[in-house]
Design a binder for this molecule. Structure first.
Ligand SMILES: Cc1cc2nc3c(=O)[nH]c(=O)nc-3n(C[C@H](O)[C@H](O)[C@H](O)COP(=O)(O)OP(=O)(O)OC[C@H]3O[C@@H](n4cnc5c(N)ncnc54)[C@H](O)[C@@H]3O)c2cc1C
Ligand code: FES
Length: 510
C-alpha cells in the first residue's frame, strides 16, 4: 500500500526534534545599546555578533525564537542560489556578481565558524546541484555556471547527478553545507545569552520612534530605549522603508519521508518549474529524504492540502517511500532585483537597520545580514554593504518585478471590494470549511472548526486593508498583498501586520 502523506506529523522536522524555549517576556522599560527585533537566523546572528562587539543587546520576539521561517527552512547553507549569477551579472554587472558570491561564501563560512565553537547541529559539507530534466535547461545551467565561475565560485558542470532518476546533468558547487536549522539557532541563542545578551519572547514590537536615540514600543509589555534598532522580522513591520512594496511573499511545501534506498549525498534543486528542492537529513539515528516544492504567491485558492499531496507524489514517483514523517509549509520574500535588502530603514534613518528579500536563501543571506548590520552599527566599513543596501535604487533591474507585483496587489485590492461580497451566511459553513461570508449583516472571514464551533473575524488585513484569504493547508487567514497571516481567531502568525484581526460576534446581535 502506498505511504499516505496525511499520516505525517504536521510540523517541521526541526521543531519536532528540539525542545521548546522559555525566555521571559519584557517587563517594564529597559535601556540597551541595541534592540534586535526578531529571533530568526538574521536577528540571532546580528544579536550575537553585536554582543561580542561589547554592545549591550536585547532580542525581542513576538512568539518564541527560531520558530519563524528559520524554523521551517530546508537548511541548505550555500552560495548556490538556484539561477542567480547570470541574472545579477546583467542587473549589477560582473563586479556585482563577484561581490554577491564572495559575500555568500563568507556567510556560509561564518556559519561554519560558529558551528566550530561547539554547536551540535548535524553540520556536514556536501556538493550542491541545480539539475536539468529537459534539453533546453542544460543551456541555462551552462550560462549560470560560466557566470558563477567568473564570479569566483566553485561551479562546474556534471553529466551525472546523484539522483535515482534520469536528468540532463547539473551545475555543481563543491564544499557547501547542510545543518539542523533549529539546533544551530538555539546554539546561537545560547552563546548570545552567555555573551551578556537578553532574550524576551512573547514580546511584539509595534512601533519604533527614531529621534536622537530609538524607542521600541511593544504590544503592552513595556518599551526599550536603544541607540540602534535591528528589524529582523522577515518583512519589516515599519512601513517607512516601503519594503512591503519592494519584496514579495511566496510559500513552499516541505515533506520528509523514510525511503528504502537512493538517498542523495548532495543538495539538489531543479533548474526549471515545477521546482523541487531535495536533500537528505539525519533524524533520530536514521536518514530521511526531504523534498520541497509547490511554490506559489500567497493567497487563496492556491494554499491547499493538495499541494502537500503533489510533493508526496513526486517523492513516491522517484523513491520507494515507506512512510511520510513530517509536512509543513512556510514563506519568504523576494526582492525586485533578486538581491536582498540589508541596511538602513530609509535614507533619513541613521539608527534603524532592516533585512529582507532573501528569496528562500536566508541561511546565507540572513547570516550575511547579521554581519553587515553589525559592521554598520559599530561603524566599520564593509566593501559589500553598498551592493545589498536597502535604500539602493536600481530602476532598470527593479522596475519589471515592481510593476508586475504591485499591479497584482492593486488588482487584488480593488477586486476584493467588488467581488466575494460574502453572499453565503456563516451558518452555512460545513465542518472544517472557511470563507468570506456574511454574519449579522457584515462581511466577515468565517470558519467552522472540527468541533462545529464558528469563528468570525474582520476580513480586512490590519496592515493596509487587503482582504484576507483562507489557507486550507495551514488553517490560517493569509493576506495576498504583503504576506501577513492570522489564525482563525485573528491572532497574528506572520507580519508585517502588528494588530490582530478584529473578532466579530457569531451569534445574532440584538
Ligand atoms: C520552505 C522554505 C525553505 C527554505 N529553505 C532554505 C534553504 O534551504 N536555504 C536557505 O538559505 N534558505 C532557505 N529558506 C529561506 C530562509 O529559511 C529564510 O530566508 C530565513 O529563515 C529568514 O530568516 P529571518 O531571521 O529573516 O526570518 P524569520 O526566521 O521568519 O524570523 C523572524 C522573526 O521575527 C519575529 N517577529 C516578526 N514580527 C515581529 C514583531 N513585530 N515583533 C517581534 N518579533 C517579530 C517572528 O516571530 C520570527 O521569529 C527557505 C524558506 C522557506 C519558506
Ligand atoms: S499584509 Fe499588507 S495589506 Fe495585508
Amino acid at each position: 500500500m502506498a505511504a499516505e502523506m496525511t499520516e505525517s506529523r504536521h510540523t517541521s522536522l526541526w521543531l519536532d526534534d528540539t525542545e521548546a524555549t522559555h525566555y521571559p517576556t519584557l517587563q517594564g522599560d529597559r535601556v540597551f545599546d541595541v534592540a534586535v527585533i526578531g529571533g530568526g537566523i538574521t536577528g540571532l546572528t546580528a544579536a550575537l555578533l553585536l554582543a561580542r562587539e561589547g554592545q549591550s543587546v536585547c532580542l525581542l520576539d513576538q512568539g518564541v525564537i527560531a520558530m519563524g521561517t528559520s524554523g521551517h527552512t530546508t537548511a541548505k547553507v550555500t552560495s548556490q542560489h538556484h539561477l542567480t549569477y547570470a541574472r545579477i551579472r546583467v542587473s549589477h554587472g560582473k563586479d556585482g556578481a563577484a561581490t554577491y558570491g564572495a559575500a555568500m561564501e563568507a556567510a556560509k563560512e561564518r556559519v561554519a565558524s560558529f558551528v566550530d565553537e561547539g554547536i551540535n547541529c548535524d553540520f556536514r559539507r556536501r556538493p550542491a546541484y541545480v539539475y536539468a530534466t529537459r534539453p533546453g535547461e542544460r543551456a541555462l545551467l551552462e550560462r549560470e555556471a560560466q557566470a558563477a565561475q567568473e564570479a569566483g565560485l566553485p561551479a562546474t558542470m556534471d553529466d551525472e547527478v546523484p539522483l535515482p532518476f534520469d536528468t540532463r546533468g547539473g551545475m555543481r558547487f563543491d564544499n557547501q553545507v547542510e545543518i539542523h536549522a533549529r539546533r544551530y539557532l538555539l546554539g546561537l541563542a545560547d552563546r548570545f545569552v552567555r555573551a551578556g545578551g537578553e532574550i524576551f519572547e512573547h514580546t511584539r514590537a509595534v512601533h519604533v520612534d527614531e529621534s536622537g536615540g530609538c524607542v521600541v514600543h511593544t504590544d503592552g509589555q513595556g518599551r526599550v530605549e536603544a541607540e540602534h534598532v535591528v528589524v529582523a522580522t522577515l518583512m519589516p513591520f515599519l512601513d517607512r522603508g516601503g519594503h512591503f512594496a519592494r519584496a514579495f511573499p511566496s510559500r513552499s511545501y516541505v515533506l520528509t519521508a523514510r525511503v528504502q534506498a537512493g538517498l542523495p549525498d548532495a543538495m539538489l534543486i531543479s533548474a526549471a518549474p515545477p521546482m523541487y528542492s531535495i536533500r537528505s537529513v539525519p533524524y533520530r539515528g536514521e536518514e530521511l529524504l526531504m523534498v520541497l516544492g509547490q511554490n506559489h504567491h500567497l493567497g487563496s485558492p492556491k494554499a491547499s492540502p493538495e499541494r502537500f499531496e503533489k510533493v508526496a507524489q513526486f517523492a513516491r514517483q522517484h523513491w520507494d517511500v515507506t512512510s511520510f514523517e513530517h509536512r509543513w509549509s512556510a514563506q519568504d520574500y523576494s526582492s525586485d532585483d533578486g538581491v536582498p535588502y540589508i541596511g538602513r530603514l530609509n535614507i533619513r534613518s541613521k539608527r534603524i537597520q532592516v533585512a529582507t528579500g532573501f528569496k528562500k536563501w536566508g541561511m546565507t543571506s540572513g547570516t550575511l545580514a547579521g554581519m553587515l548590520i553589525t559592521d554598520a552599527i559599530v561603524g566599520r566599513d564593509n566593501p559589500w554593504a553598498s551592493m545589498f543596501s536597502s535604500t539602493r535604487v536600481k530602476p532598470l533591474a527593479e522596475a519589471p518585478r515592481f510593476l508586475a507585483e504591485n499591479g497584482r496587489v492593486g488588482v487584488r485590492f480593488v477586486a476584493d471590494r467588488i467581488l466575494a461580497r460574502g453572499q453565503r451566511d456563516i451558518a452555512e459553513l460545513d465542518i472544517g470549511e472557511a470563507g468570506i461570508v456574511s454574519c449579522n449583516g457584515q462581511k466577515v472571514a468565517g470558519y467552522r472548526d472540527e468541533e462545529g464551533r464558528l469563528h468570525a473575524v474582520s476580513s480586512r488585513c490590519t496592515h493596509l486593508g487587503c482582504q484576507v484569504a483562507w489557507n486550507d493547508a495551514e488553517r490560517s487567514w493569509d493576506c495576498p498583498c504583503h504576506g501577513s497571516r492570522f489564525d482563525p481567531d485573528g491572532q497574528i502568525l506572520n507580519g508585517p501586520a502588528t494588530k490582530p484581526l478584529d473578532p466579530r460576534p457569531t451569534t445574532p446581535t440584538p
